[in-house]
Every structure is written in C-alpha cells, then in structure tokens.
Write a protein that binds this ligand. Structure first.
Ligand SMILES: *Cc1c(COP(=O)(O)O)cnc(C)c1O
Length: 369
C-alpha cells in the first residue's frame, strides 16, 4: 500500500497549540498595539533566556538579522567576510547588501559544516568577520572557530537559522558570537506564522546599536541617530513565538528520535552516507540529509511511493546567476558542488509517526534491493 508522507507537515505542532494561538491572536487584536510593544519585549526576554544571552533583538526575518548584524559591526565595502560555500543563499546576500566581499570557505565532507582548518589561509588584513552557519541543525565546531577569531581579532556572527537549541560542548547556539542571527521562518525549528527573526548578543553596546538599526536608527520617535532600517518583529508574531518557544525542547527531542530511527534503519545500506556529528557537537535535525550517488533516482523512486523529499541545496551560492559577476565556475568549490549533486533530505517533523518513518526506511531499502 502506498502512503502519502509529506516532506514537512506542521499539523501536529499546530494542533497542539491552536487554542493558545487563538487566544494570543485575540489578546493582541484587542489591544491594538501592533508594533514594538509588550509582546515583543516578552518574547525577546524569553528567547534571550533560551539562548543564554543578555540580549535578544527581534527583527523582521533572518536575512535582515544578518544584514543588521554586519552593519552594527561597521562592516562594509573593502572588508572581507568568511562564509561557508555550503549554505542557504541568505548568508551570502547579507554580506553583499553591506557591500563587503564574500570569502567562501568549503565545508567538511562529513559534517557539511564550515571546515575550520581552511579558515586561516583565507585571512587577510581586510578580513573582519566569520559567519559560521549551523547547517541542517548541527552546530559548527565553535571552540576551534572562536579560537581562530580571537587570535586574529575577527568578529563572529553565527547564522543560527537552522539550529535553535543546538549545543557545542554544552554551550548553546546563538551564544558564541559577537552578534548571532536566527530566523523564525515558518519551516524552521522555531517557526512563526509568517516572517520573523532575531539577533542575540551579550554585548550591551552592540545590542543598543542593533535596536536602533532595526527601527529607523531611532530610539526616540522622530530622532534619528543612524541610517537605520525598518525591520521590526511584530507583536502578533512575537505573541505566537512566545507560545511555540515553550515547546521547542519537546519538538527537538522528537526530531532527534526520528533521526535516531533513520540512523538505525538505514545503517546497513552501504550506498548511503548518513549524517555524522563532529566531536562535541550536537544536532537538532532541522533537516535529515543523506547522500547517495543515485540521488535523483532515489528521489524519483520515493516520490512514486508517496514520499516527499527535499534538496538542500541544488545550486550552491557561487554558481547562482545572482553571483555570476564573481566569475566562479564549476570546479571552484568541489566539496559543496558534490554535496549539491548527492544530498537528499528525508521527511522529518515533530509528530511524524513511527510507522511512517519505518515506511520511508523500508522504501529506501527496496530501492537498493
Ligand atoms: C532561513 C535561513 C536564513 C534566512 O532566514 P529568512 O527568515 O528566510 O530571511 C538565513 N540563513 C540560513 C542558513 C537559513 O536557513
């Protein structure tokens, strides 16, 4: 019998919180204060607490968070920023929008995260910052990256859009860098009901600067200290996020249990490469990414059996049309290029039934005979 298993479903999460979300909607609706009020303040406190940082600044989305962080650190034309070749395009776009130069760093072939061994040779006297991206939910090897940043006097901006709650030797993502960025896009581990994002930091001065930048460069109405943005987290999304934040640990455990079931169910298939953890790193499985030489055939086969999958990501940033002016060509970054041809993300979401995970595992076994 063919099942219908989507790549992602929010049904279980939404069912659990529906009554609370409706009550929050009514509260904010009736209050008629929709931008930068108590709901945002409440969520910022709760998320700072979750991230073990002194400050959280809510913004409109993850891309804005990265862009505002770079601006707040004074990064602009002539500056170089190290960023992974293997990332969602937003990491690169933020650097471009600030006018700085992207210096791509290849990932490790086994963790898919930025290879800290490749950082030092890329540092010049124009290098200002490194953006480690905790891709697919696994945190980067932050001790090694922080050590290099410290030695060369570089800023660290974590791109934590995919790894809320992940830890490195017990220290939580979003608490390492000078300014750390996250996204609450609906499909992220902590997702809003629309666009939203945040910056976390322990630095008081940077927190103040970031607060100004997200709101027209202004702390007092009609008084502008900086050339700021309009990038505010709104009250409705903040109210919703405060509710979902209460459940993130439960949902993370569910994600890890699903990954464990995949790990043991797929371990016998030699043709598959399963996710690997770096020493000290944990994984919150935003995505469960496997690799195979027969990626496209396997994806087609699963599709025919009613199983949705994803590819993260089919075209690396350096080969995107948007970056044609940088004149990169195929072969320049062979590791990310190989990942783009062999990676496949399996269905994984809180509430996914054990029997559905088993069906995915069995179907993959039947593909390999
Ligand atoms: C989603 C994502 C972003 C951007 O977040 P938006 O809220 O969609 O702007 C940035 N970086 C990474 C790694 C992401 O996955």
């Amino acid at each position: 019998m063919i099942k219908n298993i989507p790549f992602l479903s929010l049904d279980s999460q939404n069912d659990l919180i529906k009554a609370e979300i409706k009550a929050a909607f009514e509260r904010v609706f009736d209050k008629k204060w929709y931008v930068l009020g108590q709901e945002v303040q409440h969520f910022e406190n709760a998320y700072a607490n979750f991230s073990n940082t002194n400050h959280c600044i809510g913004v409109a989305n993850g891309l804005d968070a990265l862009q505002i962080a770079l601006k707040a650190l004074g990064i602009g034309p002539g500056d170089e920023v190290l960023a992974p070749t293997n990332t969602f395009i937003a990491t690169w776009l933020a650097i471009s929008h600030c006018g700085a130069t992207i210096v791509p760093v290849e990932p490790k072939i086994d963790t898919y995260n930025l290879d800290f061994n490749k950082i030092e040779t890329l540092i010049t006297d124009r290098t200002k910052a490194i953006i480690p991206v905790h891709l697919y939910g696994q945190i980067c090897e932050m001790d090694q990256i922080m050590e290099i940043a410290k030695r060369y006097g570089l800023y660290i901006i974590e791109d934590n859009a995919q790894a809320q709650g992940a830890t490195y030797h017990g220290k939580i993502s979003g608490s390492f860098g000078d300014l750390n960025c996250t996204s609450f896009y609906p499909t992220k581990n902590l997702g809003a009901f629309g666009d939203a994002g945040a910056i976390t930091t322990n630095d008081n001065a940077l927190a103040n600067k970031t607060r100004l930048l997200r709101n027209y460069g202004s702390s007092e109405k009609y008084v502008n200290e900086q050339i700021g943005y309009n990038s505010r987290l709104d009250e409705m999304q903040a109210a919703f996020l405060s509710i979902k934040l209460k459940y993130i640990s439960k949902w993370t455990i569910e994600r890890q249990q699903i990954a464990a079931q995949y790990n043991s169910g797929l371990a016998q298939i030699n043709q598959l490469v399963l996710p690997k953890l770096a020493a000290g790193a944990n994984h919150v499985y935003h995505l469960y990414v496997i690799r195979t030489m027969k990626r496209d055939e396997l994806q087609q086969y699963l599709y025919a059996k009613g199983i949705g999958t994803g590819i993260h990501y089919p075209i690396p940033p350096h080969l995107q049309k948007a970056y044609a002016h940088l004149n990169y060509k195929k072969g320049d970054f062979p590791i990310v290029e190989e990942l783009s041809e062999t990676s496949l993300s399996l269905p994984l979401y809180p509430g996914m039934l054990a029997e559905d995970i088993e069906y995915v595992i069995k179907t993959i076994h039947s593909f390999y005979g």
